[in-house]
Design a binder for this molecule. Structure first.
Ligand code: ATP
Length: 826
């Protein structure tokens, strides 16, 4: 990028303007404040009906009941509030992390700031890969091309001329660079005017939430039906109308899993937090889910599979091969080659593109440094052209130097620089050089060719080749293997030479016998249909352009795959957007690509993708776990009430008691289940196990059976207690203990679908143990603490009563196990 001589605004002035014009944001998103979150806990219609009824009952003299109900509802709301508030904070923190940044000049210095802090008149530097952060006027530009599709729908990039041309917020810079002056920010920008058309990604419901939402609705209807039946049956039997109405409402509150979608959000948000700690920044919640069923990961080579730490190891000029030694002597050819490599270079000794840093380091070893010269113009490197050129003026006059992929450079070279001067590039020489390129590439070296343009003839003169080593990451092989075991294929898509790609792919285990390697020329010849036919066997796409990535993603998708695709450059953005999971490379990735991605890799590492898949699968399983737990328990609760009324027995649980069950079983234990660690087998399972029906593997059957058993055993305990002559209050307390205990036992069974409780380490999830103890403790207090016992209408149980109540609870898993033996299901 060119040096700047713009002073920019002062910080104090910028601050003043920020107050005047506001933040450079499109919409001031309605932030939820804590009070709002708390109040939203009561917006459920059933809770409102219950509170209304409670007030009525208070007027009718049932003060105790009313206070108890209100307290329990309040405690439930506090639990809900804590969870939702934490989720909201996580999402806020995430938004901050993924907020776009911009390079501005303030007080004469270049700075990277949050793009929302840009103010009118700020001087901003933009370059290929950036997203234009505001509307602005170009002050100076260098081959600037912008894609304004977000505003105009026109997918082709537009060339922007120097003179006072404008650039607009939201468009992306596809080529070149520029210095712009901000004219409008926030809602005053063109984008601001059309922002109502732009939907807010991230706030959409995830597919799983939708699935569970509709399940919730079905369950609501069933529950509502049962509640009405219970109420009518009770009234017909002569129970007081008001009492029965209260019972009906409380069953509805206890049993309707209205909190499921919220619980899913919380589980996903927790996973996002865990993933962030492991260097995967998830920008869209639903991608956590999608990650679990990904079966193809298309990854770049450089950086993701390799270290992206280059060092030049082989050098070749027209006639000579050089080794990098400590005390080298440079002949003319080598000097010219290095001159080109340092001039056609934007890096400094320790910063910049790793390829260019390596070139500087190699030249330095031979004593060649950047000299005094003026750069007149630059055509920046572009993954599509695969070359870069600069025109400089020094004591030799004006000269254009280029470097790039050897196949691109060699194609245009008509001359070659030799020790005896400039000579024609004969076809033998060319063949010989191509052979050298292949040799280097087979050794996994990244090869670069260098030229300059002869002033007299205007022809390009070949200077030489350099081979750079970029070692595969130590953990890449392990990750590729782990992913394969998890049923996920890793496919390399690279701009690099086919042979280099093959050598690296073999080393990391991507390329195995029978796999195909397709180069750009081969890809271009394939029709979509032909590509679809072979795509499942391809391990490498080599020398391809970013635009090919889109074709590749689409083909994989047509074949029914769930594809993750990594990308870094601005040209990768469409493919990253199209993929089921777009992954942007964090370190050197362009802003445009990051904004298009679902996830950003902060450490550019394949093993982080592997870890993210693991977390995605874990959260999916955890959601299955708590859904299994919550619904089976709810079915149990409804069953008890329903059966008692149908069988002509007294009402088993009073409204306050139902609310208590709901509080102690649905709250903490269900939350703790979502904290379960990954099961060891999670990366041995196939992606299809995460993509089918949510209740696959007979889960719905298990849930129903368990619910019925909980209901039957609770009712059994109630009937048994009455049979032994206990008072109604004692029998109710016994049933309460059975119902709660059987649920607290079940929560431990829900920890795994594959292993029995006895084969799991109970101390692995300490929060669950703690949650169960708190729930059991609260129940004990409600039975044995006199004033609570009065409020809950329970009686302190004698030892024998407690024992049989617990035995009835223990009978649930035993019966379920026996049933499983018979039906081979549970
Ligand atoms: P991947 O797509 O896996 O990251 P890559 O980094 O090799 O692979 P590109 O960055 O598109 O892909 O590079 C393609 C080719 O362009 C390289 O093989 C190299 O020959 C050439 N090249 C890379 N960087 C530069 C550069 N800064 N200047 C000139 N040519 C370059």
């Amino acid at each position: 990028m060119q040096e700047n001589n713009f002073g920019g605004l002062g910080e104090a002035e910028a601050e003043k303007r920020l107050r005047e014009y506001g933040y450079n944001r499109l919409k001031s998103k309605n932030k939820k404040n804590p009070v709002g979150i708390f109040l939203s806990q009561f917006k459920d219609i059933m809770v409102m009906v219950l509170l209304g009824a409670t007030v009525i009952s208070a007027f009718m003299g049932e003060i105790y009941d009313a206070v108890t109900i209100i307290l329990i509802v309040l405690m439930n709301a506090i639990l809900g509030f804590v969870q939702e508030y934490r989720t909201e904070r996580t999402m806020e923190a995430l938004e901050k992390l993924t907020a776009p940044t911009a390079r501005v000049i303030r007080d004469g210095k270049e700075k990277v700031i949050d793009a929302s802090l840009i103010v009118p008149d700020d001087i901003i530097l933009i370059e290929a890969g950036d997203q234009v952060p505001c509307d602005g006027r170009i002050l100076r530009s260098n081959g600037l091309w912008c894609n304004e599709s977000i505003l105009t729908g026109e997918s082709e990039a537009i060339r922007k001329d120097d003179s006072n041309d404008s650039v607009f917020m939201g468009s992306s810079v596809t080529r070149g660079n520029a210095v712009i002056q901000c004219e409008h920010t926030g809602m005053q920008t063109k984008m601001g005017q059309v922002s109502s058309l732009i939907d807010e990604a991230g706030s959409q419901e995830t597919p799983l939430q939708k699935k569970l939402g509709s399940l919730g609705k079905t369950l609501c209807l069933i529950c509502a039906g049962v509640c009405i039946l219970v109420v009518i049956a009770g009234i017909l039997r002569g129970e007081p109308i008001f009492d029965m109405l209260m019972t009906g409402i409380t069953i509805a509150i206890a049993a309707i899993p209205e909190g499921l979608p919220a619980a899913v959000t919380i589980a996903l948000a927790l996973a996002v937090r865990r993933m962030m700690k492991r260097n995967a920044l998830v920008r869209r919640l639903h991608s956590v889910e999608t990650l679990s069923c990904a079966n193809v990961i298309c990854t770049d080579k450089t950086g993701t599979l390799t270290e992206n730490k280059m060092s030049v190891t082989r050098i070749r000029t027209a006639d000579k091969e050089y080794a990098i030694t400590d005390n080298p002597d440079a002949d003319n050819c080598l000097k010219e080659l290095f001159r080109c490599s340092v001039l056609c270079n934007n890096a400094s000794d320790d910063a910049g593109d790793p390829t260019e840093v390596a070139l500087l380091a190699a030249a330095k070893k031979f004593g060649i440094l950047k000299g005094d010269q003026t750069r007149l113009s630059e055509i920046p490197f572009d993954s599509e052209t695969k070359r870069m050129s600069v025109t400089v003026s020094d004591n030799n006059g004006i000269r254009t130097y280029s470097k790039g992929a050897p196949d691109v450079i060699l194609k245009t070279c008509r001359l070659i620089y030799t020790e005896s001067g400039i000579a024609p590039m004969t076809s033998e020489r060319k063949r010989d050089l191509y052979q050298v390129v292949d040799d280097y590439a087979k050794q996994a070296l990244r090869v670069m060719a260098f030229t300059f343009t002869d002033e007299k003839t205007g022809y390009e003169v070949f200077l030489g080749l350099m081979g750079m080593l970029d070692a595969p990451r130590a953990e890449a092989k392990k990750s590729v293997n782990e992913l394969r075991r998890a049923g996920i294929r890793t496919v390399m898509i690279t701009g690099d030479h086919k042979l280099t790609a093959e050598a690296v792919a073999k080393e990391v285990g991507i390329l195995r016998r029978g796999d195909l390697v397709i180069s750009k020329e081969e890809l271009d010849k394939l029709s979509e249909r032909e590509l679809d036919k072979v795509i499942s066997k391809v391990a490498i796409f080599a020398r391809v352009d970013p635009s090919d990535k889109l074709r590749i993603v689409r083909s994989f998708k047509r074949k029914g795959n769930v594809v993750a695709m990594t990308g870094d450059g601005v040209n990768d953005a469409p493919a990253v957007k199209e993929a089921d999971i777009g992954i942007a490379i964090g370190k050197n990735g362009s802003e445009a690509c990051k904004q298009a991605a679902d996830m950003v890799l902060l450490d550019d590492n394949l093993s982080t993708i592997c870890e993210a898949v693991k977390q995605g699968r874990t959260v999916y399983m955890n959601i299955r776990k708590f859904v299994r737990y919550l619904i089976s328990c709810n079915i149990g609760e409804v069953m008890v009430m329903f059966l008692s009324i149908v069988l002509g027995m007294p009402v088993v649980l009073l409204p306050t008691q139902i609310l208590l069950v709901n509080l102690v079983t649905d709250g903490l234990p269900a939350m703790a289940l979502s904290l379960e660690k990954s099961e060891k087998e999670i990366l041995r399972m196939k992606p299809s196990e995460f993509s089918g029906s949510f209740f696959s593997g007979g889960l719905l059957g298990r849930i129903t059976i368990r619910g019925i058993l909980i209901g039957l055993c609770t009712l059994g305990c109630f009937a048994y207690s009455l049979y032994l002559g206990c008072t109604l209050e004692t029998a109710r307390t016994c049933a309460l203990v059975t119902l709660i205990a059987s649920q607290l036992i079940h929560v431990f069974e829900c920890r795994s679908e594959r292993k029995s409780v006895f084969r799991m380490n109970p101390f692995e999830n300490l929060s669950l143990i703690l949650a169960a103890l708190v729930s059991a403790g609260v129940t004990a207090l409600c039975i044995y603490l006199p004033f609570l016992s009065v409020a809950m209408e329970t009686t302190p149980l004698m030892l024998s009563e407690m024992v049989w109540s617990l035995l009835f609870a223990a009978a649930v898993p035993i019966a379920s196990g026996l049933l499983g033996l018979i039906t081979n299901r549970e």
